[in-house]
Write a protein that binds this ligand. Structure first.
Ligand code: CA
Length: 232
C-alpha cells in the first residue's frame, strides 16, 4: 500500500481514465505510491487527508476544476508540490497568470516519461534539506533552509516549494547573475527547451509575495540575481 512506499504517495487527479492508468503505471514503476481520483472534490479530500508528496492535477475536471482545487489548498496553507496538466494554451495562461502557486505545468499530449521526470524533480526539490545551512538574510528577507520558511522581518511568507527553491538558489550567492536557462537547469532540473517563461512567472510570484523587500533584481538581457539592499 501507499503508506509503505519509500518515495511517498503521488496523488493523480485526472478524469480521463486512459491517461490516469498510464500515469499510474509509470509513477508506480518509479517506486512511488499512487492514488488516483477523477474529480476536484475528491482531489481536495485526498490532498487534505493522505499527505501526498506531490500532486498531478488536471486543469479540466468536472465540477471543481484544477485551478480551483489548487486555489483552495493554497488558501488553507497546503503547499504540496503541484504539477498541472493543461490541455490548451489558454489553460496554461490561467495556471501561470493567476498566481496559483503551481510548482510546474506540463501540456497535453505529454509523454509519461516526461511527467515522471517532472514529478521526481518537484519531489526532490521539496525534500532537499540542507540541515547544516544557516538561515540566509538579505535586507529584510530571511530564508531558513532547514524549515524551508521565508520571512520578511518577523512576518512569515508562504512560498511554494518551487518559489522557495528559486529564492534560495539566488540568495545563496548574492550578486551572482543567473541566466533563465541556468535557473531552469539548476532549480527545476530541466533543459531549457521547455521554455523560460516558467522562470519569469515564478520570479514575479516571489516578488509579489515579498513586496518591496524582494532582493531579486532583473539584469537586463542576462537574467536574475539576488542583491543586498543598497547601502544608505
Ligand atoms: Ca480533463
Amino acid at each position: 500500500m501507499s503508506v509503505d512506499s519509500p518515495r511517498g504517495l503521488v496523488l493523480i487527479v485526472e478524469d480521463e481514465r486512459a491517461i490516469s492508468d498510464l500515469l499510474r503505471l509509470y509513477i508506480a514503476r518509479e517506486g512511488f505510491g499512487v492514488h488516483v481520483v477523477a474529480d476536484g472534490q475528491s482531489a481536495l479530500a485526498a490532498a487534505r487527508t493522505m499527505h501526498p508528496v506531490a500532486m498531478i492535477l488536471d486543469v479540466g475536471l468536472p465540477v471543481l476544476d484544477g485551478t480551483e482545487v489548487c486555489r483552495q489548498l493554497r488558501s488553507e496553507g497546503n503547499w504540496l508540490p503541484i504539477l498541472f496538466c493543461t490541455a490548451r494554451d489558454d489553460e496554461v495562461d490561467r495556471v501561470l497568470g493567476l498566481e496559483l502557486g503551481a510548482d510546474d505545468y506540463i501540456t497535453k499530449p505529454f509523454s509519461p516519461r516526461e511527467v515522471v521526470a517532472r514529478i521526481k524533480s518537484v519531489v526532490r526539490r521539496s525534500s532537499l534539506i540542507a540541515a547544516d545551512e544557516a538561515p540566509i538574510t538579505l535586507g529584510d528577507v530571511t530564508i531558513d533552509l532547514v524549515t524551508r520558511r521565508a520571512s520578511v522581518g518577523d512576518a512569515p511568507v508562504a512560498l511554494t516549494a518551487t518559489e522557495f527553491d528559486l529564492l534560495a538558489h539566488l540568495m545563496r550567492h548574492p550578486g551572482r547573475v543567473y541566466s533563465r536557462e541556468q535557473l531552469l537547469s539548476e532549480v527545476w532540473g530541466y533543459a531549457a527547451v521547455v521554455g523560460t517563461r516558467t522562470v519569469d512567472v515564478h520570479v514575479a510570484q516571489v516578488r509579489g509575495k515579498l513586496g518591496s523587500a524582494s532582493p531579486i533584481r532583473t539584469v537586463r538581457g542576462v537574467g536574475y540575481s539576488a542583491e543586498p539592499p543598497e547601502a544608505p
